[in-house]
Design a protein around this ligand. Structure first.
Ligand SMILES: [Zn+2]
Length: 61
């Protein structure tokens, strides 16, 4: 998921169903993303400078 903010920065987003009828989205950098503005695009480059990469290091042997 992606969210382009008002400054044109594209953030990576995640979403979750917090209620059967309600889906919430947030960016990986910790902002709330407006539901109506989040879109699915695996190709669009993320330009958020604060993007956090998922880290598996802590659990790896
Ligand atoms: Zn971001």
């Amino acid at each position: 998921m992606r969210w382009r903010d008002e400054r044109g920065i594209v953030h990576a987003c995640e979403g979750a169903d917090i209620h059967p009828d309600v889906r919430a989205y947030w960016t990986l950098c910790g902002k709330e993303a407006p539901n109506d503005c989040v879109y699915l695009s695996e190709r669009e480059a993320i330009s958020c400078p604060l993007r956090q990469q998922p880290s598996r290091a802590a659990n790896d042997p």
